[in-house]
Design a binder for this molecule. Structure first.
Ligand SMILES: Cc1cc2nc3c(=O)[nH]c(=O)nc-3n(C[C@H](O)[C@H](O)[C@H](O)COP(=O)(O)OP(=O)(O)OC[C@H]3O[C@@H](n4cnc5c(N)ncnc54)[C@H](O)[C@@H]3O)c2cc1C
Length: 358
């Protein structure tokens, strides 16, 4: 078989994959790196596109500043948090950056050095063979084969790499988002976080973006669409807003790690980064910070490790703080998603922003 060869293949050019490819190529100029980019403008990553303070800090540590063209309107610093069954509303100050997620991913990709081969396509199979791996990539309907020494699975919640080499997957929800252009955007909170245990185990959100409103949430797979529709009606009724007809509906898997064993870093030449490894907040589904950071740390580990065993050991060591942060979110989730505890916290008004009287 006439297959092209690389030292490392990165499956997925989201934040984890793009950052890994950039950092590793800068550190290891001689290495041949293949980055497989499965995202298209027609089917962009389904995301709220909010850059959290944690993600901003990681970018700051990498000396990166965000181009203005990536930002969306409006910028958000007030989260309206709503407990739907209790009809309880509180406002909290949060310093997110509201972005166009596709533009953000394209910007990160533009930072990847030209020495990395970026291939637009879909990885259909990865198999282990002597001294490496064989990759089957479909590009424009044509199947190509590549032989590589190491594989980085940065392929998100539906990770083919994790599914192929590791038997354990974390709990995953179906995230559904609809886009609306309501007659009056001023009635819809620019950013709200919604709890409605009647329809969803996870949280939901409304986000204003460039004249549109996104309503989305994470739902158990069974009857997810019916639960979403029911919740949307409840949100419109309880918040007294009218979203109108959706202009777009999108859905994807989202990981909801619950225990330390849900976090998998890799083994024997296979490495996982970003959401594929389980680096996503169990309480808010914030995942960009963990993706960027794990991509950066994996590049350092691979660069410093003499072989796969030491590289994995270093990756484990470098990600210790990140793993503790993610595990901390399991506890935060347990508190926030306990109806009585959430009620007590919200009712107390602790940390909330008290609005001036009208
Ligand atoms: C609805 C929703 C809203 C969210 N909102 C936010 C938010 O506001 N802020 C935040 O921080 N996080 C948010 N998240 C989480 C965040 O989007 C992810 O955790 C983050 O994008 C993970 O980055 P990643 O690089 O690991 O994976 P991804 O961003 O998922 O990137 C994986 C890439 O791999 C590609 N890919 C997958 N399989 C293959 C394959 N077989 N071959 C080739 N390419 C492949 C995909 O096309 C994709 O480009 C949200 C998630 C969802 C589902």
């Amino acid at each position: 078989m006439n297959a092209r060869t690389y030292d490392v293949a990165v499956i997925g050019a989201g934040p984890a994959g793009a950052v890994f490819a950039r950092e590793y190529a800068q550190a290891e100029k001689e290495k041949r790196i293949l980055l497989i980019d499965g995202q298209t403008a027609e089917h962009p990553k389904v995301c709220g596109g909010l850059l959290s303070p944690a993600a901003q800090k990681v970018l700051a540590k990498m000396d990166l500043t965000l181009p203005k063209s990536i930002l969306s309107d409006p910028q958000i610093f007030d989260v309206r948090t709503v407990d739907l069954p209790k009809r309880l509303v509180r406002h909290y100050q949060r310093h997110y950056l509201n972005m166009n997620r596709y533009a953000f991913d394209q910007w990160l990709l533009s930072l990847v050095p030209p020495t990395v081969d970026v291939l637009k396509g879909h990885c259909c199979a990865v198999t282990r063979e002597d001294n490496g791996f064989l990759l089957q990539i479909r590009t424009n309907g044509v199947m190509q084969t590549f032989r590589v020494s190491a594989v980085v699975g940065a392929d998100g919640a539906s990770s083919l790499v994790r599914g192929t080499f590791f038997s354990h997957m974390p709990l995953r929800y179906i995230a559904i988002q609809q886009h609306f252009t309501p007659d009056r955007t001023d009635t819809v909170p620019p950013y709200s976080c919604l709890f409605d245990p009647l329809t969803s185990e996870g949280c939901s959100w409304t986000i204003s973006k460039d004249g549109n409103v996104i309503f989305g949430g994470a739902f158990e797979k069974k009857n997810c669409r019916a639960a979403f529709e029911q919740q949307r009606k409840r949100v419109e009724q309880i918040l007294n807003i009218s979203l109108g007809a959706p202009t777009k509906t999108e859905a994807c898997l989202v990981c909801a790690p619950r225990r330390p064993s849900d976090l998998i870093l890799g083994s024997d030449g296979v490495y996982l980064a970003g959401e594929a490894a389980g680096f996503i907040s169990a309480s808010s589904f914030e995942g960009i910070s963990g993706a960027v950071l794990s991509g950066k740390l994996l590049a350092r580990a691979l660069s410093n490790g003499k072989n796969h065993r030491t590289a994995l050991h270093l990756y484990c060591k470098y990600t210790r703080a990140l793993r503790f942060r993610i595990i901390g979110k399991f506890f935060k989730r347990a508190v926030l998603f306990s109806a009585p505890l959430r009620y007590l916290i919200m009712k107390s008004g602790l940390f909330s922003v008290k609005k001036f009287d009208a």
